[in-house]
Design a protein around this ligand. Sequence first.
Ligand SMILES: NC(=O)c1ccc[n+]([C@@H]2O[C@H](COP(=O)([O-])OP(=O)(O)OC[C@H]3O[C@@H](n4cnc5c(N)ncnc54)[C@H](O)[C@@H]3O)[C@@H](O)[C@H]2O)c1
Ligand SMILES: O=P(O)(O)OC[C@H](O)CO
Length: 336
Amino acid sequence: MMRQRIQSIAVYGAGSWGTALALQLARNGLDVLLWDISPEHVDNINRQHENAHYLPGIPFPDNLRCSSDLQAVAAFSDYHLVVVPSHVFRGMLKNLAPLLTEKDAVIWATKGLELDTGKLLHQVLEEELPQCPAYGVVSGPTFAAEVARGLPTAMTVAANEPALAQRVVEAFSAANYRAYISADVMGVELGGALKNVLAIAAGISDGLGFGANARVAIVTRGLAEIMRLGVKIGAQPETLMGLAGVGDLILTCTDDQSRNRRLGLALGQGKGLDEAIADIGQAVEGAKSALSIGKLAEYAGVEMPICQQVYRILYEQLPPRQAVDELLSRDLKAEF
Ligand SMILES: NC(=O)c1ccc[n+]([C@@H]2O[C@H](COP(=O)([O-])OP(=O)(O)OC[C@H]3O[C@@H](n4cnc5c(N)ncnc54)[C@H](O)[C@@H]3O)[C@@H](O)[C@H]2O)c1
Ligand SMILES: O=P(O)(O)OC[C@H](O)CO
């Protein structure tokens, strides 16, 4: 499919990440229309010319506008960037389905799996938007607040059509932003989903007062879990060793900007799950992916002991300290 440089784009989800990506694209000269489900949130954004709720103090350029009229937003461009949390991803696509045709390319920046089924998001997209043959995913070590401030950032763009990956990379790239092309959609989406669960584990470890050794053991053995599952289901190992895999894993396990890491910190310090999530007040995808990864791991027949202990701490009231004891007392074995 021959496409010109992307001139305009519709972005769905005016949360922190949808807004940060919309800002990056608008600063690169694209016309951007940002959709959000909340008309009140949209009104506030358009009145204040900033997203004061999620990214206060970052002014919107004139070519970035916001609307809650889904029909108008879908008609605005042939390029659609979905940035809603994973638990509403299928519903978002269902709402878009009657509004999109085969000329429309859909990209997502959501990091997660489908909650009930453990399906990867490209599988959900193929089911809900079979009329849209071109799709892709963007992911990497990318905190929204830093992107919104224009700080240097790199990420991966994977698409099922090389021309689409190229166009999306061009749309994002700038002096402050470097995007890399990939054809490994599955590897990119898997890395983004799994690192969130492991960031909860790293946070728990730090919340318990453990040190740098424990944190890095979780990062490294967590990477072993990502590789084991990824390779089994067909992801490319180099993707998992790249920005969307190990890069994002290190970022979220080690920096307190991560909401997943902060959830872990709170749990390790003795807070309850609901209270900790309410305090964070934003999407904490790892808490959902911890539920669905078990299904994917079981289907693939791989062991993921750290992810499993996170699940048990979150949903089976396993005390964090006991979870660590159980991990450390597992049978001794070869590292690889
Ligand atoms: N924030 C980051 O730094 C960052 C970076 C990379 C990827 N992501 C990923 O982006 C996705 C979105 O996260 P976020 O950080 O923007 O979350 P957020 O908590 O900042 O915002 C949530 C967004 O979801 C929308 N939403 C809630 N319910 C909805 C529904 N029923 N239908 C449609 N939209 C609904 C809200 O209106 C809001 O726009 C997540 O998968 C996250 O992992 C976030
Ligand atoms: O705040 P988190 O933990 O959702 O992480 C945000 C991004 O995924 C980091 O790349």
